[in-house]
Design a protein around this ligand. Sequence first.
Ligand SMILES: [Mg+2]
Length: 113
Amino acid sequence: MMSELKLLTDKILEFRNERDWQKFHNPKDLALSLSLEASELLETFQWKKSEEAVDKNFDEMKDELADIFIYTLLFANETGIDLRKSVEQKLQKNNEKYPVEKAYGKNTKYTEF
Ligand SMILES: [Mg+2]
């Protein structure tokens, strides 16, 4: 069975390849673009309170979040990273760094426990 991530990635690659953009998609430029899109998401919050920004800019936020995800999938594709596996492994690491009994209800960094 084809995973949802694979289906989405294939759609994005089709869009990209139809435009002959694959030649621009090296890991460095994809990482850079991912970071720029994350900044565009941040920009929707500039000078506003959190709730106010979500109220006013929800549609823009959806677009920027999609851009971030698109670049995430492109980066994973380009570097051969299995995103599902990486997320599972990172959650496991986070679980070890932030055991519930130490981290519950706290926003402290693990080095400060
Ligand atoms: Mg954008």
